[in-house]
Design a binder for this molecule. Sequence first.
Ligand SMILES: NC(=O)c1ccc[n+]([C@@H]2O[C@H](COP(=O)([O-])OP(=O)(O)OC[C@H]3O[C@@H](n4cnc5c(N)ncnc54)[C@H](OP(=O)(O)O)[C@@H]3O)[C@@H](O)[C@H]2O)c1
Length: 280
Amino acid sequence: MRDPRVTRVVLIGAGRMGHAMLVGWLRELRPSHEFHVVDPGVCDAVAALRKRLANPGSLVHYASAQDLPDDLAADVIVLATKPRIIAAALQAMPKPTALNAVVISVAAGVGIADIQQHLHGNLSTVRVMPNIGASVGYSVSAGFADASTKPDGRVHVELLFQAIGTFSWLESEDQLHAVTALSGSGPAYVFAMCEAMIMAGIEQGLDDTTARSLAIATVSAAGRLLENCPDPGLLRETVTSPNGTTAAGLAVLGKENVLERLVWQTLDAARQRSISLSNF
Ligand SMILES: NC(=O)c1ccc[n+]([C@@H]2O[C@H](COP(=O)([O-])OP(=O)(O)OC[C@H]3O[C@@H](n4cnc5c(N)ncnc54)[C@H](OP(=O)(O)O)[C@@H]3O)[C@@H](O)[C@H]2O)c1
């Protein structure tokens, strides 16, 4: 017999993003939520997560959406597969599973109208762009729900994404392309910067271990400082002595606005790619 106080979440796709969210949700949202994970290839990863749970029954794995029980009566369905897989996964799901669910897609680019074409029935559909910080409770997520989304659907979304970091609603679906470029992909830009700092440190005389630990700790310290003072310009000034070493370094990044232009082009390329993924 189903406990009506427990929210049933079906997670379709437990790869890098799905797994990161699942780890956060299992930590923060039990016993109020149970998770039904559909993914053809993450058997061992789910088994490892189940081992850590006091109640392993709150995490169930299925190799395919068609294996979901007919009477599951999901409250929430989270789509976290690659965009091109979404249609097939939705079509494979037994019709009754989703009758009263809110569908949340975290896929880049794919629009609400496109997702709804593949749903059995007129389900509330919400898009959220989280990021990989989810597994450590630091996802930055923003979402859009159209006017047809019921209030309880919005509550499910807020509960799930606030549990793994911060969440805010967007005014238009179109803004998700820019969100994807900025915070969805954003951790990768910071990691790339960190890799470049490590490489430059090694080339300028440090051994690999030292360069790596200094660069990683520096990025991490900068993140912690930003949490306490959300003004990156002010923080930059606190490091920059007049005519000192930082000013010399920043002069390179600022020359002909090279950094600004590079970051603008980076986000624009990611945003354009998100737009092109709309045609999945
Ligand atoms: N990675 C990020 O940082 C991030 C951030 C925000 C949003 N997203 C979005 O999240 C989605 C997933 O990205 P990802 O990076 O997590 O990709 P991923 O690591 O490839 O994860 C996708 C998972 O879906 C599984 N899968 C394939 N076919 C399936 C099916 N029919 N039913 C259920 N699961 C199926 C895949 O299994 P196989 O590997 O065996 O095919 C894989 O485990 C994308 O739409 C992306 O835009 C990702």
